[in-house]
Structures are given as C-alpha cells and as structure tokens.
Design a protein around this ligand. Structure first.
Ligand code: HEM
Length: 419
C-alpha cells in the first residue's frame, strides 16, 4: 500500500483514480503538506467545508507579487520573463484589480448571452456526430469533446477556428508544465508563440474591428477604461485556455463515467429530460477541474488544527470535496438524478467560474446529443489502457476510443437551462 507522502498528484497515474487517496486525506490528514514536482512545498485541503471556506475567505489571496517580500519571491521557483505578462490574468489577481477586469467580461458570459449560442452548439454537435456516425467509432476526445468547446470559444473571441489545433497544442504545453521539474522551462516556446499570436490578434482587431469579444475588449481599452496591455493579453489567454481545456474534460470524463455505469447511461437514454441533473452529477463525480488554482495565506490561518503560515501556498482539492460523505449521500455512487447537488466543481467566491453557464450548456447539448444518437456505446480499448493527461489543476483523458451503433435521427436533445 502506498504511503501518503509518496503521491505525485500531477502525474497521469494519479489522475486515473485520485479518489481513494482523497478519501484517506479527508480521514487522516485534511490539511496535508505536499511537495510538488517543481519541489515547492504546498498545503492540500480536502474536506468540503474547508475547501468551501478556503475559496471564499479573504485571508487567502491570489497575487503573490503584492503579498510576498522580495526575499520570499526570490525563493519561489524561477519564472521565465516570457510568462510575466500572463501573471496579470484575473484568476491571479485580487480586488480591486480582479473586480475591475471581471466586470469587463462578465456580460459576455451571462446565462442570457450564452443561451443565444444554443443553436450554434447544437449544429456543431450534429455535424461532428454525422461524421462519427458514418464510421461507427470515434476517439471521443479528439473527434467530439475537444472540437466543441474549442470551436465555440474561438468563435466567441473571434479567433480563426482553423488555428484551434495550434492554440490547443500551446495551452496543453502550459498546463502540463506543472507535472515535471523542468516543465516551466519546456513550456517557454509554447508561451512565447501563444503571447505573440494574441498580440497579433489584438493588433489586427484594432486595425480592422469585427463583431467579436476581442474587438469589444480592444475597444474597452481604447475608450480609456483602465485595462493595461498585459491585462488585455492575459485576459484573452485565460479565456482561450479556460474556455476549452475544462469543458473537454467534462464531456470526456462524463461520457467515460456513463459508459462505466451502463444503468445510468440507460436511464439517460430513456429519459433525456434528466440531462440537467446528469451534467451536474458528472461535474461532481468526475471533477474536470480537480484542484482550484493556488492561493497564498495573507496571515497565519488554522484549519482543522493545522496552522498555515503567512505566505504559504494552499490548494483546495475540489475533486475531494465533491466526494465528501459529510455533504453527499453515497458520494462514490453516480446518480444522474441526484438533487440537491451542491458540488464545488466551478469553485466558490469571487473567482467562481465565469464560464459556468457556457460549460453547462455545451455539456448538456454535447452529452445529450451523443446519448440520443449513439447506442451500445462501449470502450474500444481495455479500461487499463486509457491514458490521462498529467498536470496539477485539471483532470482529463488524452483519448477515449469508443464504438457504438448509430441511430438514424439527427435531432439533438435541447438543453433545458444553462443557468
Ligand atoms: C466544465 C467546465 C469548467 C469547469 C469545471 C470550470 C471550473 C472553474 C473553477 C473551479 C474556477 C475557479 C478556480 C479557482 O478559484 O482557483 C474557474 C474559474 C474561471 N473559469 Fe472556469 N470552468 C469551466 C469552464 C469554463 C469556461 C467554458 C470558461 C469560458 C471562458 C471558463 C472561464 C473561467 C474564468 C475566466 C475563470 C476565472 C474567474 C475569476 O478569476 O474571476 N471556465 N473555472
């Protein structure tokens, strides 16, 4: 049996089944000292109530440049210069900077605005399924789960959809950089290309405005409202990355969970109106975002009897909180009709996921349409052959080969609500 200390939570092996480890942490070490692959010492908080508190508590902040002393910053792992403009993204800022930047994009991602995307998402899911149905098999990640959020976020922002393979390659490199000691170094070329790409895009929209979100943000900056060049750049970067690297995991992990629980898959096939609660349960059960991003203690804080010192780094294990038996009845049981379901998959507090309405709508349509059109869904490989992507924060599959029998109808299941 492995001991608590030797677990690498960013490894692909850990991602395959992190839940027994989290169960043990909640029981034995709810605030656990851990060494990351880059040798940083961090705290991992695993119980629902503590995770929820941590995400909302103002004693934990995001912007290390304002909190830490020069000496403390010097002890932090090396950050290449090319990464620095991206540090001004709203997920790494505190109020009032965070509040100001979030307000600029909040409207574009409101439930009402997102609902207008429904027809486009349905059409896209339909086209991808048409192609897959002709073959009777697909890699559910690359042929379906990935193109949907990637295409939609690209269209909303105004990025040429043909470039989506490029930016997914770069963002993959950035996200997996947390899984090895030299990951940051290896990610430099991808970050450099990504930053250059976004700068060119901003320049192009400034010269020739279009009806898209990048143009709207450029115009906000030009109208004199305070948004620095780095803030604009890192906001677009965050929207691209968060806009597709998460939802692909929800659709992919979610479909794997359904294939592994045929009774629940059948239940959804026979009652498509369950799609809303099903997606909430898949968010809880499969944790597409496994831990929140890091926070820094602004002062000494004691949680579950453990004192986290000022300046220490803390991670909230969302994937653990969502399986906490003090909050969920039979937490390890997948129940697509579960209600209430107060999972923390989208976080809590001021950094609560900006894209939650979009992610919900995309997943409801994608999973609903797939289940309606593809019967006898089965894994095309042994479960042990499935490979997970390494990295700290996210949890998702590299590939998901499946076979199925195509149903005739092209009708998608309409999503009941994105709210
Ligand atoms: C299943 C899909 C998704 C999940 C599970 C998810 C989860 C999360 C979580 C847990 C956070 C908070 C992180 C923290 O506090 O450290 C977050 C923040 C964020 N998410 Fe999502 N997300 C998803 C999809 C999306 C999409 C589609 C977008 C589209 C743009 C998006 C944009 C953002 C942004 C911009 C933030 C930062 C918000 C802030 O700092 O105020 N997310 N997300």
């Amino acid at each position: 049996m492995r001991t608590i200390v030797d677990v690498d939570i960013a490894s692909a092996e850990f991602k395959a089944d992190p839940f027994p480890f989290y169960e043990r942490l909640r029981r034995e070490a709810p605030v656990f000292r851990l060494t990351l692959p880059d040798r940083q010492q961090v705290w991992l908080v695993s119980r629902y109530d503590d995770v929820s508190m941590l995400l909302k508590d103002e004693r934990f902040v995001k912007n290390r440049f304002e909190l830490l002393t020069k000496e403390q910053l010097a002890k932090q792992p090396w950050i290449p210069k090319v990464f620095m403009p991206l540090a001004r993204n709203m997920l790494d800022l505190d109020p009032p900077d965070h509040t100001r930047i979030r307000a600029l994009v909040q409207k574009a991602f409101s439930a009402q605005r997102v609902e207008q995307m429904q027809g486009r998402i349905e059409a896209l899911a339909g086209e991808l399924l048409d192609r897959a149905c002709r073959r009777g098999r697909m890699d559910l990640i690359h042929d379906y789960a990935l193109p949907i959020p990637t295409t939609i976020i690209a269209e909303m922002l105004g990025i040429p959809v043909g470039d989506r393979h490029k930016f997914h390659r770069w963002s993959s490199r950035v996200l997996t950089s947390t899984s090895s000691r030299h990951g940051t170094f290896l990610a430099i070329p991808a970050v450099w290309l990504f930053v250059r790409y976004i700068r060119k895009l901003v320049k192009a929209r400034r010269e020739r405005p279009e009806d898209d979100l990048v143009t709207a943000l450029v115009q906000v900056q030009d109208s004199g409202q305070h948004l620095s060049d780095d803030e604009l750049l890192s906001l677009i970067f965050l929207l691209i990355v968060a806009g597709h690297e998460t939802t692909v995991n929800l659709i992919g992990n979610g479909m794997l969970a359904l294939v592994e629980h045929p009774d629940q898959l059948e239940k959804l096939e026979s009652d498509p109106s369950l799609i809303r609660t099903a997606v909430e349960e898949l968010l809880r059960f499969t944790c597409p975002v496994e831990t929140a991003t890091e926070r820094y203690a602004r002062e000494d804080v004691t949680i579950a009897g453990v004192t986290i010192a000022k300046g220490d780094i803390v991670f909230a294990a969302i994937g653990s909180a969502n399986r906490d038996a003090t909050r969920f009845e039979n937490p390890d049981v997948l129940d697509i009709a579960r209600e209430p379901n107060r999972h923390l998959a989208f976080g809590q507090g001021i950094h609560f996921c900006l894209g939650a309405p979009l992610a919900r709508l995309e997943a409801q349509i994608a999973i609903g349409a797939l289940v309606a059109r593809c019967r006898d869904l089965r894994l095309a490989v042994e479960p042990a052959a499935l490979r997970w992507r390494p990295g700290l924060v996210l949890r998702g599959l590299r590939t998901l080969p499946v076979t199925f029998t195509a149903q005739g109808s092209r009708k998608c299941v309409a999503a009941p609500s994105a709210a």
